[in-house]
Design a binder for this molecule. Structure first.
Ligand code: AMP
Length: 394
């Protein structure tokens, strides 16, 4: 059975087409610059990449283009072969603790939750509506970034703000990247040869966005992102946790609006803000290795913040069986992993220097005498979406 896994943004749509239950990727690709002149459509199949430029006015047209390409390239013989479409939806609030089949009620709920994720949920909904229109016979499933973290206990998700803010407006920690933390934790149990029961994991997703999660008995018990994905670790362009009083102070000093100050925390901070050159860890590491002072500062700040969370979650979990590194930096940068482990000296973790050279492959990178195992596990959110879609439409 063919299942499409979809990630719709405000001007882009990324997809992977799976043959399920074999979990084989038949095609993947993206449509960028939707609604702008010269949209770019890219499809990869059988190791071959094809690009096309065309004006694509909206998401419905983007979906039509994509499906026409799948037919043209004979990736599918008929659109009826696509039995399910799974959508990444960023915010599921307190309503969704698992993926769901999309109905009109679910659409209305996702729409209501747009208030909590104004940049993401509306774009996700546009993708859902577009597929509903173009593939009316395929069943659609929503897979939420927040769902995996709905198991957090109240002490982990409640902020010490007026309780009425939580009751009236849902102001609390939700956490994000849930699909990624869930996927790598499930792979970790396989690699460790243990079930989730009694196993304590700290999963460390270090990409452009970054978050850490404490997982006990297969359940998220705390995660570093919060009410929004701005909280927690220092990221590519996001500051992570800062004192909220910085905002009005910076607004006054910089003579800027609230929106401009918040944009500075979202888009001009993190690695970019401190290094003064780039949000991309590869550029930062190049700078570090060349002795660039700002890059060294950015890197050290980044590493310290990751370690702060690992230390906190080690205590929260009452120990830890394995640290799991994932996403662009976590999967590919041995130098970053090494710097993090070096700073956690008190935990007596030992990295195997040779194994730690690994890039983008599942691997145990700690030595056999390490007190805590260290794993590198490439994330695969698209596969989780396809699996959940298959489970819910079968
Ligand atoms: P993601 O959001 O998961 O795609 O991750 C993007 C981040 O991963 C960027 O900061 C990249 O610089 C970083 N990244 C990708 N490959 C490498 C690499 N080989 N070494 C260091 N960082 C990398």
């Amino acid at each position: 059975m063919k299942i499409l896994s979809v990630n719709a943004g405000s001007s882009s749509l990324k997809f992977q087409l799976f043959e399920m239950p074999e979990e084989k990727v038949i095609a993947s690709g993206k449509i960028e610059r939707i609604g702008l002149p010269a949209s770019i459509i890219t499809v990869k199949t059988n190791g071959e990449k094809r690009c096309k430029e065309k004006n694509v006015h909206d998401h419905a047209e983007a979906v039509q283009e994509l499906l026409a390409l799948l037919l043209d390239l004979k990736i599918v013989a008929s659109l009826d072969e696509i039995k399910g479409v799974g959508h990444r939806v960023v915010h599921g609030g307190e309503k969704f603790s698992d993926s769901v089949l999309i109905t009109d009620e679910v659409i209305a709920e996702i729409d209501k939750l747009s208030e909590l994720a104004p940049l993401h949920n509306p774009a996700n909904l546009i993708g859902i509506q577009a597929f509903k229109q173009v593939l009316p016979n395929a069943k659609q499933v929503a897979v939420f970034d927040t769902a995996f973290h709905q198991t957090m206990p109240i002490e982990s998700y409640l902020y010490p703000t007026p309780y009425s803010w939580y009751e009236k407006y849902g102001i609390r920690r939700y956490g994000f990247h849930g699909t990624s933390h869930k996927y790598v934790s499930e792979r970790a149990y396989k690699l460790l040869g243990k079930g989730p029961e009694g196993t304590k994991l700290i999963t460390i997703h270090l990409g452009n966005g970054a978050s850490v999660t404490a997982i006990k008995d297969g359940k998220s018990i705390e995660t570093s992102m919060g009410f929004t994905p701005l909280a927690g670790l220092m990221m590519g362009t996001r500051s992570g946790d800062v004192d909220p009083s910085i905002l009005p102070f910076a607004m006054q000093k910089e003579n800027c609006t609230f929106e401009e100050a918040l944009n500075a925390l979202n888009y001009e901070s993190g690695l970019k803000g401190i290094s003064l050159i780039s949000s991309d860890m590869r550029d930062i590491l190049k700078g570090v290795n060349e002795g660039n002072r700002q890059c060294i500062l950015a890197f050290n700040l980044y590493v310290k913040r990751v370690c702060d969370y690992i230390g906190q979650y080690y205590i929260l979990l009452g120990g830890c069986d394995a640290l799991v590194f994932t996403a662009g930096i976590g999967e590919n940068s041995g130098q970053t992993r090494q710097a993090i482990i070096d700073r956690l000296g008190v935990l007596e973790i030992r990295l195997d220097a040779e194994a730690n050279q690994v890039m983008g492959q599942e691997c145990v990178v700690s030595t056999s005498d390490s007190k805590i195992k260290v794993l590198v596990i490439p994330t695969n959110e698209e596969l989780v979406i396809a699996r959940d879609t298959l489970r819910l439409i079968s």
